[in-house]
Design a protein around this ligand. Sequence first.
Ligand code: SAT
Ligand code: MN
Length: 581
Amino acid sequence: MTTKNQELANWVSTVAAQTQPQEIVWCDGSDSEYQHIIDMMLEDGTLSSLNPETHPNCYLHLSDPQDVARVEHLTYICTDAPDTVGDNNNWMPIADAKAKMNALFDGCMQGRTMYVVPYCMGPIDSPYSRCGVEITDSPYVVINMKLMTRMGAAALARIEQEGGFVKGLHSIGELDPERRFIMHFPQELSIMSYGSGYGGNALLGKKCHALRIASWQAKDEGWLAEHMLILGLESPAGEIHYIAAAFPSACGKTNLAMLIPPEEYKDWKIWTLGDDIAWLHPGDDGQLRAINPEAGYFGVVPGTNAKTNRNAFDMIQRNTIFTNVAQTADGQPWWEDKKEGVPSIDWKGDAYQSSNGPAAHPNSRFTVAATENRAYSSLAEAPDGVPISAIIFGGRRRELAPLVYQAKSWEHGVLVGASVASETTAAATGKVGVVRRDPMAMKPFCGYNFADYWGHWLSFSERLDKLPKVFHVNWFRQNEDGDFLWPGFGDNLRVLEWIIKRCKGEVDADETPIGYLPNAEGLNIDDLGIDPAVWQSLISIEPEQWRQEMDEFGEYLASFGDRLPAKLKAQHELVKAALAS
Ligand code: SAT
Ligand code: MN
């Protein structure tokens, strides 16, 4: 296979001349190609088969132990001026970045196969979708891209028809953390990633393209690329409302997107459209319409069990690639909180000993096609997406943030999104459990200056006739002993029900300085057995704590200087004034 697209053909030749692979393979995305690469990896030991009786077509990849997460300190946005990317990103001048990366890529594929992977982010026939081509020397990347994107011949055909595509060049290099960089060039729609095989660093369609590059494009073109799940909530009457929700990595997006209603809500249904990324466009109907650019899930494995996420647990019993989980003696995948089986071999491939730490890496992952999810929405493939009724922001906060509150307006909602802070998780290298600012859960993913990004968000009040309502949730409040105050998981449906009732104007709420909170009758906690004092603390705020929070947040906003939109500053002042009175 080659291509009629001259730009692509030239780029592939140039890259091949530079990296000097032994062979070039154009990927067509077929099942036989997938199986062929799997067989080759089984042969060379980069993949092993899991128990075929219990887990048909499931494979295990153990990565280099130093290559298990995103590397935010080695991730750069390279543009012609640093203020375009802001302090929320690492910046490097384009020429310096190119020189650094070209030195790494020179001759780096000698003796290896270079795969050319055309992919489409979003349904192949959607006007909202965008294509890219990833060149990689990693067969692991190819098989993951097959599950995660619309990859191969159809994507190439679209590229040939419409022209433009994002160029992503990737090599695992030597997997040396000292020779590892993830560089983005949004002005020329290209990515160069070297030295890592880990998902967010190496599957370039995902965070690199669908968030960092796409957020830049979206700002220029009038849409939004967000770190959000998309779900449909179907009531017993058969009415479906679509919700997009932003949470930082490893804070339960996959679980919420696949939620199974609790017993009391058995006539309700959650449909999954996406679990990680949403592209949101103003539709011809004046509503905000969402598509999921991805076609699969790259989910955190530990903690997944029949209780926490039955759909995901069942989904990963077949046709799944596991990365960095442990194994039982009979070759079944195992992880912490699986609630069945015992580990025999750990994620490094050594005999399991509890003194060596967890058996599965805390950021171990499953990769599986979205069609394997029994709750996959029939509208997930709809070219014009689904209309969004509510946007939810959330973080992982031991204290402070109540279970749920609603912003008072779109502008206030932008402030609520900008104010998200969350405890760090194992999805990125670095310390876990430290609260950091993570506006809209986009700190690691917004490809441009947050001040401009908030300005862009604010502009949607003029772009839409029917604005979604904005909410903030926190499933993670704890008491002094570290026990969670809210049961979470399936019971989060109760909160979603309240959110939709608020969207429809069906339920009153208490107005507070930070937004509308549920009143005692509004949110259904029947049969939960929750202690009344605990419930009260979940749906109320501590003004003194919030004054402090708003002061700290104000300092953060001020760090964006004159670029900070005046409307956002005004919203912050309104909340501060309300807390003071
Ligand atoms: O960046 S990944 O896509 O690998 C997972 C995440 O951190 O959200
Ligand atoms: Mn994510």
